[in-house]
Design a protein around this ligand. Structure first.
Ligand code: PLP
Length: 447
């Protein structure tokens, strides 16, 4: 329906068109395909619970007990429950890096809430540079805040996804409006874990150009053995920074909507200190974050069963990541690196591997569903063909993760190992058929 204009003034924010979340948008197409009776393998979204991972009974018991306490139904203080912030500050300080107090911690309704509050509170001209491929909640929120495309530094698939620090520094130099650098560690969508010296080099760039850092560490307790994972707290020195953590992926309890930020070195810069206070003031207007998950947080994380439980989960992701590389490295047109943390992997098509004429055979009714979505992006074209032909739902890299690379992200969350293996084999075969599918045309042209 095309509505005529009624309101007397323009109400749409100039950044509104930058809000895009392909990870969920592809679900609408997949649901339409599912409605035809075709089974879908959901490899698009990072929700371990939705993928069938069982939350341990002892965690459920702690939540049940907390839910029986009247105060779990009350508001919490704006910053978050004092005992929970005290627990987090003690744990962080025991790690021996930067020392914080409970007043340096602020709870949000999930990191999604923290992300929109942080970018929303920034001065309209201040820009934040983030990794490419990007996690879209950060990149879209930053682009929407500034009303301009998100600025990125390159994670290099030819170099195990290591950030291109020369690219980062050159962009910082070229754009004086850049006020901060985003690090996602372990990274979504690549599964990359920043080596300590890379983190230190980024801290050094921030120190030299008077920037602050935003380190999203929602997967920090899901780094694999031997990955060398270090939290920013251990290398941040005197650079102002925000570290972000949450329980969505760890417990896992994404439906709890519970995450927090840790504010480092607010005493080092008056502007950063004022900015940090504006985050608290924004939260005050909302009153507080959800109480129940904050109540259970120290009881779950402080339980002797917690870390052994995480180790078992991480071992499974590590195993699946290695297996995915074994299977997909069969396809010479793909670049894959085993994830070292989190539960995603990204496969990149080499330059020139994708063409607009490639296809997979589709049933007529499925073809009718996906055809309107086949835009310009060649990786998205592959992803929609994959979905239509095999039911495997992954996310295109270019449109889903704000990238100039062509590829796709899939998850390592399928708990049934036989099913996971079958998904990998389906992926490998579908990619091979798709890449081979326009040879006929080329041969005809050649002939
Ligand atoms: N940050 C990263 C890197 C994520 O991958 C996600 C969710 O996938 C979030 C933040 C959002 O987490 P939350 O559930 O706390 O909003």
């Amino acid at each position: 329906m095309k509505a005529s204009r009624l309101l007397r003034t323009q109400i749409v924010h100039p950044g509104a068109d930058n809000l895009r979340y392909e990870i969920r948008q592809i679900v609408e197409v997949a649901n339409a395909i599912a409605a035809t009776g075709a089974p879908i393998q959901w490899e698009n979204i990072g929700d371990p619970v939705a993928k069938g991972e069982r939350v341990p009974d002892w965690i459920k018991e702690i939540v049940t007990q907390a839910a029986a306490e009247d105060l779990s139904f009350a508001y919490s203080p704006t910053k978050g429950l004092a005992e929970t912030r005290g627990y987090i500050a003690r744990e962080r300080n025991l790690e021996g890096g930067i020392q914080i107090t409970p007043d340096d911690i602020l709870f949000f309704n999930g990191l999604g809430d923290a992300i929109s509050t942080i970018y929303g509170a920034l001065h309209p001209r201040a820009r934040v540079i983030g990794p490419n491929p990007a996690y879209p909640t950060h990149s879209s929120a930053e682009a929407a805040h500034s009303g301009a495309p998100h600025i990125t530094y390159r994670l290099d698939p030819e170099n195990g996804w290591k950030p291109d620090l020369a690219d980062l520094e050159a962009k910082v130099v070229a754009n004086p409006d850049i006020a901060a650098i985003i690090i996602i560690n372990p990274d979504n969508p690549t599964g990359f874990v920043y080596p300590e010296e890379t983190l230190a080099a980024i801290v050094d760039i921030a120190a030299r150009y008077d920037l602050f850092l935003i380190s999203d560490e929602i997967y920090s307790n899901l780094a694999y053995p031997g990955s060398g994972m270090r939290k920013l707290a251990s290398v941040v020195g005197k650079v102002p920074a925000l570290a972000m953590r949450g329980i969505s992926k760890e417990f896992p309890w994404p439906g709890s909507r519970c995450g927090w930020i840790e504010i480092y070195n607010r005493d080092q810069d008056a502007g950063f200190d004022r900015f940090a206070r504006s985050l608290l003031e924004a939260k005050m207007l909302e009153v507080c974050a959800t109480t129940l998950p904050q109540k259970v947080l120290p009881r779950v994380m402080g339980d002797a069963r917690y870390y052994p439980y995480l180790e078992r989960r991480v071992a499974a992701y590590d195993r699946r990541a290695r297996r995915a590389v074994e299977v997909l490295s069969d396809v010479p047109e793909l670049i894959t690196h085993a994830a070292r943390g989190a539960f995603y992997m990204t496969a990149v098509f080499r330059k020139g591997a994708l063409t607009p004429d490639q296809r997979l055979p589709l049933e007529p009714q499925i073809k009718a569903i996906i055809e309107p979505h086949l835009g310009e992006a060649l990786d998205a074209r592959f992803v929609y063909h994959l979905l239509g032909a095999t039911g495997v739902c992954v996310v295109p890299l270019s449109t889903g993760f704000n990238s100039d690379l062509q590829g796709f992200r899939f998850t390592l969350l399928e708990p049934d190992e036989a099913k996971f293996e079958a998904i990998l084999q389906t992926l490998r075969q579908a990619i091979a058929s798709y890449l081979a599918s326009d040879t006929g045309d080329r041969l005809e042209t050649a002939a």
